[in-house]
Design a protein around this ligand. Structure first.
Ligand SMILES: Nc1ncnc2c1ncn2[C@@H]1O[C@H](COP(=O)(O)OP(=O)(O)O)[C@@H](O)[C@H]1O
Ligand SMILES: [Mg+2]
Length: 470
């Protein structure tokens, strides 16, 4: 039963699309940059197709359209390929709507003030993405994923820092940042593709294929404002993948489409991946991160808290999401799965004991009481907590969770050899639906068990030497 692998279950509940740009105070920003405004396309205004001349020409928004070919990342999981996307010290501040200056004078006066209503959606983001990488962008709702994509696509200007991208970027961003509603689907296709640098003839050639892919033959001459969100996203994705992009940025809008279309999109993403294009996509599906990403970036409150291997990133995410106070779970005594008992023994079902020695076997047994409303499969993670409830280690159920049935169920986590530790430990269990990842409940048990390590002070036994010098 005990397992160390990453389970497949928990993902964050999908976020509804926020059309945050509708009242975007940042539009004023956009208006003063020469970068085309968001109203013009699901495919973000891309820089000129990237010449590899390393000249690093910069447009007015501070974007360079060519990045040094030789550069590679120095942190996170270092891309070996040339860097195609680079963000350095990128921060993005939004100003709360009600605080917006209503006159030029007010704007001036406010300039020097530290405004309590400034909101930093991105904080000091450094990232380099190498050519051909498939990168997942994850994090809780509101953590800054969409903002980061928009900054990379050139739709939002960072408050601080720099962004450079080489090659043609196509992007499928949030619904609000997409097509012009007053134009027909056909006109939007032409507008978007031409913004990406395609000639009319090129667009003519691919037009039917775009409409086919979007499955919209009967709608293409309707104004886009009459499209459903699913139709809108289908057309946006179809354009984005047809314009032969080097870099594809995809927000979680894909979740809007039906399942068949999602499959088609994923197949396309997979095809792009094989063709060695660079992909950065937002996802709440930890399974997807593990199956197709070379790397995952995790945002939390606008900061990048992780950049690296998918297996580690998803683990971290599960942990973060599982331990968030506002995870949507209900109190343990009211939940459909109630953790009722925690016991410590040497062997599963063995005599409970409170004191253990390092090197000994330890079994933590959790008894759950499941009601009829419990989901089909549940997923547990169990933190062993030290002093001040500091998590010392984590134990999880296997990939996909465990089947649940009404009544009492005991899950044993066996540690074959207790590490060299000293102290008293408690445990905290988090339960979620293994299929959807939705948190169900969590409980910290007060019961303690002790480990009597050989050292007199401190938690951990570390080998060392003490020697006087001089
Ligand atoms: N145009 C905007 N004006 C003010 N706040 C915004 C704007 N866009 C996003 N935000 C805020 O920035 C934070 C990050 O948003 P977002 O990037 O959409 O997060 P995510 O995509 O990870 O859910 C959120 O708190 C959101 O409310
Ligand atoms: Mg978002």
């Amino acid at each position: 039963m005990p397992a160390q692998q990453s389970p497949a279950g928990p993902t964050v509940t999908g976020e509804a699309l926020d059309a945050s740009d509708a009242s975007d105070p940042d539009v004023s920003d956009a208006a003063i940059t020469p970068t085309p405004a968001p109203a013009t396309g699901p495919a973000g205004p891309a820089p000129v197709a990237g010449p590899a001349d390393g000249a690093g020409r910069t447009d007015g928004a501070g974007r360079t359209d060519a990045v040094s070919e030789a550069s590679t990342a120095t942190q996170g999981s270092p891309p070996v390929a040339p860097v195609v996307i680079r963000a350095t010290g990128v921060s993005k501040k939004f100003i709360s709507y009600h605080r917006r200056a209503t006159s030029l004078k007010e704007l001036f006066v406010r300039r020097g003030q530290a405004s309590g209503d400034d909101f930093w959606a991105l904080r000091d983001i450094d990232v380099e993405i190498g050519n051909g990488q498939t990168v997942g962008l994850a994090g809780a709702n509101g953590s800054g994923k969409s903002t980061l994509l928009k900054v990379l696509a050139g739709i939002l200007r960072p408050t601080h820092g720099e962004v450079s991208v080489s090659g043609r970027i196509a992007s499928l961003l949030e619904l609000g940042a997409g097509f012009n509603g007053e134009l027909t689907g056909r006109d939007n296709v032409y507008l978007n593709a031409s913004l990406l640098g395609l000639s009319r003839r090129e667009i003519d050639r691919m037009f039917d294929s775009i409409v086919d892919f979007a499955e919209l033959p009967h709608k293409i001459d309707d104004e886009v404002k009459h499209y459903s969100s699913g139709q809108y996203v289908r057309l946006g994705f179809a354009v984005a993948v047809h314009v032969d992009p080097d870099v594809l940025l995809v927000d979680e809008v894909l979740a809007v489409g039906d399942e068949a279309f999602q499959k088609k999109c994923l197949a396309k993403i997979e095809e792009f991946r094989r063709q060695g294009r660079t992909i950065l996509f937002v996802t709440h599906s930890l399974d997807l991160v593990e199956s197709i990403c070379d790397r995952v970036l995790v945002l939390e409150s606008g900061s990048m808290i992780f950049d690296g291997a998918p297996e580690i990133g998803t683990r971290l995410l599960r942990q973060r999401l599982g331990s968030l106070p506002s995870d949507g779970s209900v109190p343990y005594d009211a939940a459909a799965v109630r953790p009722v008992l925690a016991t410590f023994a040497r062997d599963p079902g063995g005599l409970p004991q409170v004191q253990f020695d390092p090197g000994e076997k330890l079994t933590v047994s959790l008894t759950l009481d499941l009601t009829q409303d419990a989901p089909e499969r549940i997923y547990l993670h169990v933190y062993v907590l030290g002093q001040h409830d500091l998590p010392i280690w984590l134990m999880e159920t296997p990939v996909g969770g465990i089947p649940s049935r009404p009544g009492l169920l005991t899950v044993d986590f066996t540690v074959p050899k207790i590490p060299e530790l000293l102290g008293a430990f408690a445990i905290s269990v988090h339960v979620s639906d293994a299929t959807t990842g939705v948190p169900i409940t969590k409980r910290r048990f007060d019961d303690l068990f002790g480990i009597s390590g050989p050292q007199a002070g401190g938690l951990l036994k570390v080998d060392y030497e003490a020697r006087a010098r001089g």
